[in-house]
Design a protein around this ligand. Structure first.
Ligand code: IPE
Ligand code: IPE
Ligand code: MG
Length: 238
């Protein structure tokens, strides 16, 4: 089970309270901790969180540097918790535009959590799905087989994803927007979409459970007709 989350709405959460946007990001980081733990307890195999898109570099420098600083702090405090919970942490996305200290922190977290046998936690930072697909396409060799698994392996390689992660089963987005914002375009080919009616700092364990419950009620057909309805004469959702 691979769950991916577009964690959106931190800025609006803060603005509604008359606070600077950064205060929303600080609150959002607390949500990350509780959702990671809830996912691990729920038996999710892979959790991919969208923390910073490549497009987010176009925000004011004060906000991007605050986000990078928060991410570094997150790695500093959460690596130990990941080790304790046997969670393997992996940062996906471009690395060439991150600061040296942050890069070292990422490498250290990945090294320290590499032995985890539980959930695989992927945090997307400076991530653009279109850029990853383009880069993977450039690595395709003219000869040799290329099926979707092989292409997925190339994508994982360009994204610095150290372990196989597979396609997304459930994509959750908070923050009242209904778009993908360049997140996991290839991996979400057959993902179930779930839009939580709250801002990211308001999302918690019960909202996460509600998303999983909703997912459990979905009928995934992958283009086929339902197994119990071979003639396809009953409507959707039966
Ligand atoms: C999501 O919250 C966090 C990042 C994109 C880094 P936003 O910062 O996008 O918050 P809103 O959408 O402006 O409320
Ligand atoms: C998507 O949120 C990126 C992250 C959550 C990191 P944005 O707030 O950047 O997306 P748009 O601009 O609303 O599409
Ligand atoms: Mg946003």
């Amino acid at each position: 089970m691979h769950v991916a989350i577009i964690m959106d709405g931190n800025g609006r959460w803060a603005t509604q309270r008359g606070l600077p946007r950064t205060a929303g990001h600080i609150e959002g980081a607390k949500t990350v901790r509780s959702v990671v733990e809830a996912a691990a307890r729920s038996g999710v195999d892979v959790l991919t969180l969208y923390a910073f898109s490549s497009a987010n570099w176009s925000r004011p420098a004060g906000e991007t540097s605050a986000l990078m600083r928060l991410f570094g702090q997150y790695l500093f405090t959460e690596t130990r918790r990941c080790v304790e919970q046997s969670i393997r942490l992996n940062v996906i996305g471009r690395r060439d535009r991150l600061g040296d200290n942050l890069l070292r922190a990422i490498e250290q977290s990945e090294r320290l959590t590499a032995g985890g046998t539980g959930m695989h936690l992927r945090i997307a930072v400076d991530y653009s799905s279109q850029a990853s697909i383009l880069q993977a396409a450039r690595r395709v060799r003219a000869e040799g087989p290329l099926d979707s698994d092989a292409f997925m392996a190339l994508l994982n390689e360009v994204d610095h994803c150290a372990y196989p992660s597979g396609e997304v089963d459930l994509l959750i987005r908070t923050g009242h927007e209904r778009r993908l914002s360049d997140f996991l375009l290839w991996e979400c080919a057959y993902a179930e979409l779930y839009f939580a009616d709250c801002l990211w700092p308001e999302f918690g364990e019960s909202e996460f459970k509600a998303a999983l419950d909703d997912f459990a009620r979905r009928q995934r057909r992958f283009g086929r007709v339902a197994a119990h309805d071979p003639l396809g004469i009953r409507g959707e959702g039966t």
